[in-house]
Design a protein around this ligand. Structure first.
Ligand code: NDP
Length: 322
């Protein structure tokens, strides 16, 4: 067997997105592992990336040639509101440690992960890649959002000063196997799957908060994983790239609820508590740049992806994050 020519390090390898990349690397005929590649999936147990010495040690151990950088302190709305400083500092330190060592160790390419919360709170729609720095982000998680924006600033400066090929991508709402299914500190889809499961178990109604009218773009973690691998191999720019389903594939929260009820085979009482707030009506992002660069990419239909996620939830309900 010939030795690996490239060592691709995935930070945050145990999370929702990291696990999906691992799945794609092992299973996908087009985006899967290529000859000469060694993929390393890191967790916080391998290295606490907030710590400069631990980060340097893990680079010394694996000597990566390329990096997909996912690791981040990620939290729900209330966690962010209570600790904007912690989210700002931890993520700033993680990103600084990873990118600094990537430069020091001569890493050929880094694709870091931003989030649509980097975009200005007050903006026009659809949002596109040119708008990242055009106004303050939403107040609730400004610490996390600013730390993510700084990755784009660092990528530009590393390229200007040292010619580094460090870039970033911006996924919309992600869902899939290995998500965090906590009832409060989770994103909408995993939280609702768990709620519906409990309603089914306990014979109680499945109640959705709000009217169900808001629209969102959800990306299946395995599609996002394919796009991460494609970005590492093919995306040439330093500026960020939005990874999202098309604007026409926005789904309403009611459609999400209906699909969960179908996927779980839930037959009990299902209703909306319209006394609860809806949140922003829509946050549409444009995927025009992505589709101009990768026009043949096919997204998994929402219901197929949701069925796979619910199936995974049912099979792993005793051991999942919840
Ligand atoms: P998860 O919360 O599922 O996973 C986070 C990962 O980061 C875990 O592997 C965790 O390791 C690792 N990690 C956290 N803190 C540290 C640390 N101090 N040192 C080393 N590793 C650490 O996150 P997701 O997979 O959902 O998110 C991945 C990326 O995608 C993040 O950058 C996030 O901002 C971004 N993103 C996510 C979206 C979503 O909807 N989920 C939407 C847009 C962007 P361990 O398991 O050991 O704790």
């Amino acid at each position: 067997m010939s030795p690996a020519k490239s060592v691709i390090l995935v930070t945050g390898g145990s999370g929702l997105v990291g696990k999906a990349i691992e799945w794609v690397i092992e299973n996908d005929p087009k985006y899967g592992k290529r000859e000469g590649e060694e993929w390393v999936f890191l967790t916080s147990k391998d290295a606490n990336l907030v710590d400069p010495a631990a980060t340097k040690a893990v680079f010394e151990k694996y000597r990566p040639t390329e990096i997909i950088h996912l690791a981040a302190k990620v939290g729900g709305l209330f966690g962010n509101m209570a600790a904007n400083l912690d989210y700002f500092r931890d993520n700033l330190l993680i990103n600084d440690n990873v990118l600094h060592n990537a430069k020091e160790f001569g890493v050929k390419k880094v694709v870091s992960c931003l989030s649509t919360c980097v975009f200005p709170d007050k903006t026009s729609y659809p949002i596109d890649e040119t708008m990242v720095h055009l106004g303050p982000p939403h107040d609730s998680n400004y610490g996390y959002s600013h730390s993510k924006r700084m990755v784009d600033v660092m990528n530009r400066a590393y390229n200007d000063q040292y010619g580094c090929n460090f870039t970033s991508v911006i996924p919309t709402n992600v869902f899939g196997p290995h998500d965090n299914f906590h009832l409060v500190n989770s994103h909408v889809i995993p939280g609702l799957i768990h709620k519906c499961y409990l309603a089914q178990q306990n014979g109680t109604p499945f109640i959705m908060s709000g009217t169900g009218r808001p629209l969102r773009q959800f990306i299946y973690s395995r599609d996002l994983a394919r796009l991460f691998v494609w970005s590492l191999r093919e995306y040439k720019e330093i500026t960020p790239l939005i990874l999202s389903v098309p604007e026409e594939e926005e789904v309403s929260i009611k459609q999400v609820g209906d699909s969960i009820v179908n996927a779980m085979g839930y037959t009990g009482d299902y209703k909306f508590d319209t006394t609860k707030a809806d949140g922003q009506y829509k946050k549409t992002a444009s995927n025009k740049k992505l589709m101009s660069l990768n026009p043949d990419f096919k997204f998994t239909p929402f219901d197929v992806a949701l069925n796979e996620t619910v199936e995974w939830f049912n099979q792993n309900v005793d051991s999942i994050r919840k």
